[in-house]
Design a protein around this ligand. Sequence first.
Ligand SMILES: [Zn+2]
Length: 361
Amino acid sequence: MLIEDENYYFKDGNCVFRVADYLFNIHRSLMAQESPFFERLFSLPQPETHNQKDGFLEARGISADGVPDSNPISCQDSVDSFRALCWGLYAKPIEVRAQDSPESVDLQRLVLLADIAHKYECRSLETWSTDVIQAHWSVDFGTGNATPTPRDMWTLDIIEQLVTLSIKNDTADIWFKKQIETQWLSCGIAKSTNSSGLRRALDFVDNLKIPRLRGLAYYHALKRVGLFSKAGSISDFSEIIGKCSIMDDSLSDLTREQYLALMRGLWCMVSLRCHSLSNMAFTRRRPDCTWHSTCQGAWSNFWTSYNSVFDFGEMLELALQRASGPNPWGSQARCWTLLKPEIEGMVNVFEENLSTYFDLP
Ligand SMILES: [Zn+2]
């Protein structure tokens, strides 16, 4: 039994779409104007039965005798997504304006719209919805750091959908993409309050199949559960033996694969720490450094000061902060300014390799 959509089955519409059990009757000219995809589609010849190679169309558009419902265009989208698209096409100015206010914005609908608009090449709708989302985002997270108390509208659901969207469509700018990831790591993992929350986050990232983000997620899970501090607080032999079976309530909902991946990562990270950066040669040199004989020693001391930090990622983070500050090596040892870019490069290599630490053989 097919149902005519309450809002988007226009009696004078001239193109019927079927989405699940719902029928939408909308206006071709409006869609063609918005999207080159639909423009192409409507300009195709309409034989008796017609299969589009794009795959989402199963039937021809409208029969000439005015019985459109008998042969609608089938779409594989969700009903909510298609409604969001129709909303975007038909929204009144007052509804459009309402999206600018945090009190009346419908983020869920905007995320669905940005996604489906991308799929059907509705460029202006995609740009508009993405811009509105990003503008609200900037208000709450504009500082670049995870905000301790973001407004309620940024639910974990919405943030997950934004992560998926930015990866799938690859249209978000780099800054926004990075921010979304950071926020997801914060809300989904760092602030997860129990084992099922952690499980949800790891399931989500396992399904995304983006190695870099998966590595970061598992790494943050290790931090969240406090495994680094547990590893660092060992004081006697019996404790060392006991720590071999780290299993507490915060991990109880994880699958066996997730648990093993975490343990493998922990093992890798702890061994990483043993390879001291202080022994690494400082190969860079600024041509105007007039006191270079001290630079290698200063570099070694710089890293030695982090000997007690168990978490390699945290150590790089602390080092980066310090390297952004004033030069403690003395005004003649100008190579200090090379430290920051050097460590930034190290952070990138570290984050890219993280994923391999949590891969199970
Ligand atoms: Zn130097």
